[in-house]
Design a protein around this ligand. Structure first.
Ligand SMILES: NC(=O)c1ccc[n+]([C@@H]2O[C@H](COP(=O)([O-])OP(=O)(O)OC[C@H]3O[C@@H](n4cnc5c(N)ncnc54)[C@H](O)[C@@H]3O)[C@@H](O)[C@H]2O)c1
Length: 370
C-alpha cells in the first residue's frame, strides 16, 4: 500500500505520524511511504533520515494526499486537510470528533474511511493508542511540579527528593490510572513521599502490589482528599470518569487551607479539570497562581516532548497501521480492536457515541459496509 505522512499543521504540534523507525517497518513489510518534506523537523528527523529509512520525500501536503491510499497523522485533520481526503482513502490519526461538528462534516463529505486512535481498543478493556500519551503526561507531571515548586517560580522552594537530613516533598496523586501510576512512579523514583487516592478497590489492590509499599494508597473520599491535599506540597489531578467531565474534587474554598507555594498539576484539564480553580494553560505560559497555590494546567502536555511522544505513539500505532496497510479495510472488519476505532466510513458515522453527541445518524459498520 502507498502510505503518506503530511507535516502536522495544527498550531504548536511538533509530533509526526510516522518516525523514521516506523517508516522502516512499513518499507520492510513491502509498503511504499511518502513523507512531506520537513514533516519530522519537530522531532529532529531530517528528510535524509526518512530517505535512509526507505521513504520518498515530496514537496507538499497536496502530493501526499493525492498519491496515498492511507494517511497517517497525529492530530485531527484541519480544514485544508479534510478537503483533500477522498473516497477509498484511509485516515489513521487522533480525531476527537464528538465535540467537532465541522470536522465531522468535512470527513463525511470526503467519503474517506477514518479510524480514530482514541477509540481503538485492546483485549484488556484499555485504549492502547491513548495510553502512551497518558504515560508521558503522568511522568511529565512530576517534572512540572518540580519546576513549579522552585522559589523563583512562586513555589515553596522545595526540592522534590529532599537531601539526607531534610524531608522530601509530599506528593498526592488523585486518580491511580495510567497518568496517576506514571506520576507516582516518577515521584517515588525521585524520593518523594507519595500517596495515591483512588476510587476503585481492585485498582487500589493492583497499585499496592505494584509499588510494594513505596507508595501509600488511600480510598478516595471527600475526607481523604481534604486531609491529603491540605498536607501536600504538590497535588497531581489524574482522575477520569469515562464519558464525563472530570469531577471537581478540590473546591475553591479548600485552596485557602493548602500550603502557600504548593502546586497543583491538573492533568485532567483536557476533561475540564478536577480542581475548581483550574483553567487551561499553554506550554508558553504554563502556570498561574490562585490563593497562593501554583496551578499548572497544560491541556496538551505530551506536546512538550514531541520526540518521546512520537516514538511512544508510533510504538503503539505500528501493529495497527501495518495491519491496515497490509489488508486495507478488510483489517477493520477482521480485527475487533481496530473496528472499535472506525468512526467514519464512506459518508457515514460508524461510532455510536460520536454520532449521538453530534446529533447525527449512526450506521453500524455491518450496515455501512453492506
Ligand atoms: N493534559 C494532558 O496533556 C493529558 C494527557 C494525557 C491524559 N490526560 C487526561 O488525564 C486524565 C487521566 O487519564 P488516564 O489515562 O490516567 O485515565 P485512567 O482511566 O487510566 O485513570 C483514571 C483513574 O481515575 C480514577 N478515579 C475516578 N474517579 C475518582 C475519584 N473520585 N477519586 C480518585 N480516583 C478516581 C479511576 O478509577 C481511574 O483509575 C484524563 O482526563 C485524560 O484525558 C491529559
Amino acid at each position: 500500500m502507498k502510505v503518506g505522512v503530511p507535516k502536522e499543521i495544527k498550531t504548536h504540534e511538533y509530533r509526526v505520524g510516522l518516525t523514521p523507525g516506523a517508516v522502516r517497518e512499513y518499507v520492510a513489510a513491502g509498503h511504499s511511504v511518502l513523507i512531506e518534506t520537513n514533516a519530522g523537523a519537530g522531532i529532529g528527523a531530517t528528510d535524509e533520515n526518512y530517505r535512509k529509512a526507505g521513504a520518498t520525500i515530496v514537496g507538499s501536503a497536496q502530493e501526499v494526499f493525492a498519491s496515498s491510499e492511507m494517511i497517517v497523522k497525529v492530530k485531527e485533520p484541519q480544514p485544508s486537510e479534510w478537503t483533500q481526503l477522498r473516497e477509498n482513502q484511509i485516515l489513521f490519526t487522533y480525531l476527537h470528533l464528538a465535540p467537532d461538528p465541522e470536522q465531522a462534516k468535512g470527513l463525511l463529505k470526503s467519503g474517506c474511511t477514518a479510524i480514530a486512535y482514541e477509540t481503538v481498543t485492546d483485549g484488556h478493556g484499555g485504549l492502547p493508542l491513548l495510553a502512551p500519551m497518558s504515560e508521558v503526561a503522568g511522568r511529565l507531571a512530576i517534572e512540572a511540579a518540580g519546576a513549579a515548586l522552585r522559589r523563583h517560580a512562586g513555589g515553596r522552594g522545595l526540592l522534590i527528593g529532599g537531601v539526607p537530613g531534610v524531608p522530601a516533598a509530599r506528593i498526592v496523586v488523585v486518580g491511580g490510572g495510567v497518568v496517576g501510576t506514571h506520576a507516582a512512579r516518577m515521584a517515588a523514583g525521585l524520593g518523594a513521599e507519595v500517596t495515591i487516592l483512588e476510587r476503585s478497590i481492585p485498582r487500589l489492590r493492583e497499585l499496592d502490589e505494584l509499588f510494594e509499599g513505596r507508595v501509600r494508597t488511600r480510598f478516595s473520599t471527600i475526607d481523604a482528599v481534604e486531609e491529603e491535599v491540605f498536607a501536600a506540597d504538590a497535588v497531581i489531578g489524574a482522575v477520569l470518569v469515562p464519558g464525563a467531565s472530570a469531577p471537581k474534587l478540590v473546591s475553591r474554598g479548600m485552596l485557602s487551607s493548602m500550603r502557600k507555594g504548593s502546586v497543583i498539576v491538573d492533568v485532567a484539564i483536557d476533561q475540564g479539570g478536577c480542581f475548581e480553580t483550574s483553567r487551561p494553560t499553554t506550554h508558553a505560559d504554563p502556570t498561574y497562581e490562585t490563593n497562593g497555590v501554583i496551578h499548572y494546567c497544560v491541556a496538551n502536555m505530551p506536546g512538550a516532548v514531541p520526540l518521546t511522544s512520537s516514538q511512544a505513539l508510533n510504538n503503539a500505532t505500528l501493529p495497527f497501521g501495518l495491519a491496515l496497510a497490509g489488508k486495507g479495510f478488510a483489517a477493520v472488519l477482521e480485527n475487533p480492536y481496530l473496528r472499535a476505532g472506525l468512526n467514519v466510513y464512506r459518508g457515514r458515522l460508524t461510532y455510536k457515541a460520536v454520532a449521538e453527541s453530534l446529533g447525527l445518524p449512526f450506521s453500524p459498520i455491518e450496515q455501512a459496509a453492506a
